[in-house]
Design a protein around this ligand. Structure first.
Ligand code: HDE
Length: 710
C-alpha cells in the first residue's frame, strides 16, 4: 500500500499530523496515538480502535442479555479490575515532586561521584515524602516518622538517598524490621487502629526494645507532626562512605535542611487537621509548587575519618545514634529544588522504586547492619509491588544517563538490548564492555572475623542520647513530649506495658517519667529498667535538635487565614494582602457563606472557604476582619467561634479589626489577650504585623489557655 508522508515533523511533540488522510495527534512521547475530530482526540480502545459508544454495552435487544462480542466492554472492565497494585508495606501514603539538585562546589577531594564534581551543575531529581505506618488512604497528620526519599538521576547512574525526617531509627538490626512494623500496623485480629502508634502492640514491642528509646523521644516530639513537607529536615540516617578517585574513603552522614526553616503543628491541631483536610501535606506541596513557590533544601554533610569514629562516644555504625552538629558541624554541598508536580500520580509517585543499593561510583556503604539489611530488602519489595523485574524500564525509574547491559525479556520488557550479542565476553565491537576505570569499585574494606549472631557492645548505650535529645528541647517542646507519651500510653490497655515504658523513661529523665506516671494515674513508680550499659553518659544539650530554637523567624512560605464578612474594611484588607505578598507568604479568605462578601467600598470579593470548611487549623496565623453590621450574626456561628478559640489554643497570632471584639468575647478569650492578639492596623502598621507573624507561635500562652468561658 502506498504511504503518504506525514505533513508535520515526526520529532515534534503534541502536534497534529495527517496520515492516510486521517488527522492524528502525537502523544508526549512523540507516538502517533490519537485520532482528532474537531480538535478533540477520539476515544479509542487500548488497541487503538476508535470507540463509537462508551455509554452502553452491547446487548441483544433493548432489554436482553449482554454479548461476549463486546471486546470494548471486556477490555475496559478487565483493565479496571487490575488497576490496583500492592501498596508499599511501609510508607504506603506518599506524595512526590520533580526537581533538581545543584552542586555548590566540587567535592572531588572526598568523592568521585560525578554529581559532586562541577559547581553549578544541575542534576534532575525526584522526591517522595511519606508517612510510615498508615495505608495509602490514611490521613497526613498522623503522629509518625516521615519518609524523605530522593532519587537523583546522575550521569553515572541513579542515586537513591532513602531517608527519613528523623536522624536515628528504632532498631539496630534489620532482622527486627518485620517485628517493628507488625507492631505498629493495625492489630491483626481487629484490623485497627489505622495510622496510629497509640495501641498496645506498638508499645509492647517498644517497651521490650530499649534500643528504640532515642527514636521514641523524637517520635513523641513535634518532629512527628510536621506543618509541611517543606518545613522538615531529611536525614540519610546511616553512616555512608564517600570514595574519591584515589580510592580513599571518608565517612559521611547526609542531612537535608529546609530553606524555610523547621515548623510543626500542635497535637490538638493535628487531630483537627486530619478531619478538616486529610490531604493537608499533599495539598500544601501541590499548591506551593503550582504557584511557583518552589521548596528548597540544602544537602549538608558531616564528614569524618576513622580517627574521629574511634574517638566518638558512640559507634558510628549504630543507626540509633547521631553525631551532634556541635561536635561535627554540617557542611552544605548543594541544594535540592522541587519545581514540578508529576503529570500522573500513579505513573510517577506510586511506581517510583527507591532502593538504598542504588549508588553511583564514589558513594559506598558502611557496615551499619540496618543499612546492609536494607540493601537486601528493597529489591524484593519492588519486584512484588511492580510485578516483574523490568520496573527499571518505567520512565520514573529509568536512568537518564546512557545505559547498556544484557538483561533481557521478562514481563513488560520495553527496552530490550539491540544487536546480535546478548552475552559477555563477545567479539562484537559495538557491544558494551566493562570499564575498570569508570566502573563502580567497592571500597576495599579489610573485613575479618568469626561468623556470629550478636549485637556489638559498642551499640549498648540506649539512654544517653535519648536524654540528650530531651534536654536539648525547650520547655514547650518537653511538655509536648510528655503529653504525647501520656496520650499514647493512655490508649494502651495492658498496665504492665505502661509501667515498662515508664521504667525506661526513668533512665532518660526523672521529671519526664514522673509527669507521665502522674498523668497516667500511677499509684507508685516502677523501678528503672535494667540497662545493658548501667552508666548513662552526661551529654551536653545540642540546641540544633530543637525546632523552636531554630524556628524560621519569618512568615515566608506560610499561610494566613483571613476571616471576612460583608462590610469588611476594604483598605485594611487590601493593605494586609499587600503586606502578605511582600513577605512571600500566602493568604486565604474565609467567609460565613459560600462565594464571597461585599467589602466597605461596595466591591465583591471572592472567598476561598465557607467558615465550616476553612477552620483556623489550616492556617499559620489568622486575622478577623468583620464589620459592625455583620458581627451580630457571626458571633452566633459556632464554627466562627471555634475558628478563634482554636487559633488561640494553638498559640497562633490573631489579628483583628475593632469590630471583631465581640467575637473574641464569644470565643472566651477576651480576658486572656496577650502580645499575640493584635488590634489592626496597629501602631506600627500592617507590614510590621506580618513581620511579627514570623515568630509563628506564642508558645508562652500554652500553659495558661482556658477555653469555654463564653
Ligand atoms: Fe525502609 N523500606 N526499611 N527505611 N523506607 C521501604 O521499600 C526497610 C528504613 C524508607 O517513598 C520499603 O519501596 C527495611 C530506615 C523510606 O517509596 C521496604 C528496613 C529508613 C521508604 C523497606 C528499613 C527507611 C521506605 C517498602 C530495616 C530511613 C519509602 C516499600 C532495615 C533511613 C520509599 C519500598 C518511597 C520503604 C524496607 C528501615 C526509609 C519494604 C528492611 C532506617 C523513606 O523495602
Amino acid at each position: 500500500m502506498a504511504k503518504k508522508t506525514p505533513t508535520a515533523s515526526t520529532t515534534s511533540r503534541s502536534k497534529t499530523v495527517t496520515i492516510h488522510d486521517q488527522k492524528l495527534q502525537r502523544g508526549k512521547g512523540g507516538e502517533l496515538h490519537q485520532f482528532v475530530e474537531d480538535g478533540q482526540p477520539v476515544l479509542t480502545t487500548a488497541q487503538g480502535a476508535p470507540v463509537a459508544d462508551d455509554q452502553n454495552s452491547l446487548r441483544v435487544g433493548a432489554r436482553g442479555p449482554l454479548v461476549v462480542d463486546d471486546f470494548h466492554f471486556r477490555e475496559k472492565i478487565f483493565h479496571f479490575d487490575h488497576e490496583r497494585i500492592p501498596e508499599r508495606v511501609v510508607h504506603a501514603r506518599g506524595y512526590g515532586a520533580h526537581g533538581y539538585f545543584e552542586t555548590y562546589e566540587s567535592a572531588a577531594k572526598y568523592t568521585r561521584a560525578d554529581l559532586f564534581q562541577r559547581p553549578g551543575e544541575k542534576t534532575p531529581a525526584f522526591v517522595r515524602f511519606s508517612t510510615v505506618a498508615g495505608s495509602k488512604g490514611s490521613f497526613d497528620l498522623a503522629r509518625d516518622v516521615r519518609g524523605f526519599a530522593v532519587k537523583i538521576y546522575t550521569k553515572e547512574g541513579n542515586w537513591d538517598l532513602v531517608g527519613n525526617n528523623i536522624p536515628v531509627f528504632f532498631i539496630q538490626d534489620a532482622i527486627k524490621f518485620p517485628d517493628l512494623i507488625h507492631s505498629v500496623k493495625p492489630e491483626p485480629d481487629r484490623a485497627f487502629p489505622q495510622a496510629q502508634s497509640a495501641h498496645d502492640n506498638f508499645w509492647d514491642f517498644i517497651s521490650l526494645t530499649p534500643e528504640s528509646m532515642h527514636m521514641i523521644m523524637w517520635v513523641m516530639s513535634d518532629r512527628a507532626i510536621p506543618r509541611s513537607f517543606r518545613f522538615m529536615e531529611g536525614f540519610g540516617v546511616h553512616t555512608f562512605r564517600f570514595v574519591n578517585a584515589k580510592d580513599e574513603s571518608t565517612f559521611v552522614k547526609f542531612h537535608w535542611k529546609p530553606k524555610l526553616g523547621l515548623q510543626s503543628v500542635a497535637w490538638n491541631e493535628a487531630v483537627k487537621i486530619n478531619g478538616a483536610d486529610p490531604d493537608f501535606h499533599r495539598r500544601d506541596l501541590w499548591q506551593s509548587i503550582q504557584s511557583g513557590n518552589f521548596p528548597e533544601w540544602e544537602l549538608c554533610v558531616q564528614l569524618f575519618d576513622q580517627e574521629f569514629a574511634d574517638s566518638f562516644d558512640f559507634d558510628v555504625l549504630d543507626p540509633t545514634k547521631l553525631i551532634p552538629e556541635e561536635i561535627l558541624p554540617v557542611r552544605p554541598i548543594g541544594r535540592l529544588v522541587l519545581n514540578r508536580m508529576p503529570d500522573n500520580f500513579f505513573a510517577e509517585t506510586e511506581q517510583v522504586a527507591f532502593m538504598t543499593q542504588n549508588v553511583p561510583p564514589g558513594i559506598d556503604f558502611s557496615n551499619d547492619p540496618l543499612l546492609q539489611g536494607r540493601n537486601f530488602s528493597y529489591l524484593d519489595t519492588q519486584l512484588k509491588r511492580l510485578g516483574g523485574p523490568n520496573f527499571t524500564h518505567l520512565p520514573i525509574n529509568a536512568p537518564k544517563c546512557p545505559f547498556a547491559h544484557f538483561q533481557q525479556d521478562g514481563h513488560m520488557a520495553m527496552r530490550n538490548p539491540v544487536g546480535r550479542a546478548n552475552y559477555q565476553p563477545n567479539s562484537h565491537s559495538e557491544s558494551p564492555r566493562e570499564s575498570p576505570v569508570r566502573g563502580y569499585r567497592h571500597f576495599p574494606a579489610d573485613e575479618t572475623g568469626a561468623k556470629v549472631r550478636l549485637r556489638p557492645e559498642s551499640f549498648a548505650d540506649h539512654y544517653s542520647q535519648a536524654r540528650q535529645f530531651y534536654i536539648s528541647q525547650t520547655g514547650t517542646e518537653q511538655r509536648h513530649i510528655a503529653s504525647a507519651l501520656t496520650f499514647e500510653l493512655s490508649k494502651v490497655q495492658i498496665p504492665a506495658i505502661r509501667e515498662r515504658m515508664v521504667s525506661h523513661l526513668l533512665n532518660i529523665d526523672e521529671t519526664l517519667a514522673t509527669t507521665v506516671a502522674e498523668k497516667l494515674g500511677f499509684q507508685k513508680m516502677p523501678r528503672p529498667a535494667d540497662a545493658a550499659m548501667p552508666t548513662r553518659q552526661d551529654l551536653k544539650p545540642s540546641p540544633t535538635l530543637s525546632i523552636v530554637e531554630r524556628g524560621p523567624r519569618r512568615f515566608e512560605g506560610r499561610k494566613l487565614g483571613i476571616l471576612v464578612t460583608d462590610g469588611v474594611d476594604a483598605n485594611l484588607l487590601n493593605g494586609l494582602m499587600e503586606a502578605i505578598a511582600e513577605e512571600k507568604a500566602v493568604f486565604e479568605l474565609i467567609a460565613p457563606t459560600v462565594g464571597g462578601v461585599t467589602a466597605s467600598d461596595g466591591k465583591w470579593i471572592e472567598t476561598h472557604h465557607m467558615i465550616d470548611g476553612g477552620p483556623s487549623v489550616l492556617f499559620d496565623a489568622v486575622v478577623l476582619l468583620t464589620s459592625v453590621t455583620a458581627i451580630d450574626d457571626i458571633v452566633q456561628d459556632t464554627a466562627a467561634r471555634d475558628f478563634v478559640s482554636d487559633a488561640f489554643q494553638h498559640c497562633k497570632f490573631i489579628g483583628y479589626d475593632h469590630s471583631a471584639v465581640p467575637l473574641l468575647e464569644k470565643a472566651g478569650i477576651a480576658d486572656q489577650l496577650d502580645e499575640g492578639v493584635v488590634a489592626l492596623p496597629g501602631e506600627e502598621g500592617l507590614s510590621a504585623f506580618v513581620k511579627e507573624l514570623g515568630k509563628l507561635r506564642i508558645w508562652g500562652r500554652e500553659p495558661s489557655v482556658k477555653l469555654g468561658k463564653a
